[in-house]
Design a protein around this ligand. Sequence first.
Ligand SMILES: Cc1cc2nc3c(=O)[nH]c(=O)nc-3n(C[C@H](O)[C@H](O)[C@H](O)COP(=O)(O)OP(=O)(O)OC[C@H]3O[C@@H](n4cnc5c(N)ncnc54)[C@H](O)[C@@H]3O)c2cc1C
Length: 290
Amino acid sequence: MFDCEVNVAKSCTELTQILIEPSARILAGGTDILPGMRKNSIGKPITLIDVSQLNELSYIREHEGQIDIGALTTHSKLITSPLLLQHAPALIDACASIGSTQTRNRGTLGGNLCNASPAADSVPPLLCLEAVVTLSSHDNQRQVPLSDFIIGPGRTCLKQGEYLDHITFAVPQKHTGTSFMKLGRRNGMSIAVVSTSVLLRLDQQGNIEYARVAFGSAAPTPICSHHAEAALTGKTPSAQLFSEAAQAMRTDINPIDDLRASREYRLHSAGVLLQRALQTAWHQAEMDLR
Ligand SMILES: Cc1cc2nc3c(=O)[nH]c(=O)nc-3n(C[C@H](O)[C@H](O)[C@H](O)COP(=O)(O)OP(=O)(O)OC[C@H]3O[C@@H](n4cnc5c(N)ncnc54)[C@H](O)[C@@H]3O)c2cc1C
């Protein structure tokens, strides 16, 4: 039995009014917060705010070259979105790898970000897309780059009274390829031992004009590898170049030993995954070039 009060928010205005309460926590899909309460890893007392009736926070929209995703959009809704399939297939692959169908039917993108796990699968592709989060409170709205939103394991820059409203990223330019790869201890229902996402944009000659590389489960927060990005930018794609990027990436990540894998295994696997992810993104971008 949980020792908590549950309030149902019927509108975003009502949500911000209840969120002022210091003990208030949002209950979105509940797939992180409820197991956390069961394990007593969440401080008490707590007032849960059930936001499941806020349909206005569940959407995927394109306007003026940007894609907005409401915080309460479930992973199941994301992975069946034709818009994301066209513009952000790596995000689809990442969300499709989260838990089981039941978990994806309940779990939301906002919950995955706000839970701030180093292993949160949606974060690496969103970092590659340079996503920005919009945070709302009763009297303010502000935008924060996703790279600044998660500040430590389980910690975000959300202030008392704020909630994550939506996530935005620019529609990738032409000749762009993206990919997401995850290594778990089993093929399904598995938290990442390490994951990586890549975004490559090619110029007309087929050289890499722009590169983004991000990792999950490789540092206290999901993280970009700016050394790998620098190693790739302006170069001609090849297996040799991708191997150099995998070497450069080791400067940026700092994985730990834990129950799922050792630091050394994670370092090695991150390099292997990155090379495969780069091949996939490259081929995707090349198809776009033809
Ligand atoms: C069996 C199982 C398997 C899983 N496998 C994976 C996996 O492979 N990969 C992975 O990344 N995750 C996995 N998860 C974790 C989880 O499903 C995801 O992180 C999910 O996206 C969380 O969303 P939620 O809506 O359920 O969040 P909730 O549990 O409702 O909330 C999580 C946290 O975020 C806060 N929050 C939620 N929404 C907002 C908002 N809009 N504004 C402010 N704060 C908010 C809550 O207060 C809470 O602190 C798994 C979970 C389970 C139970």
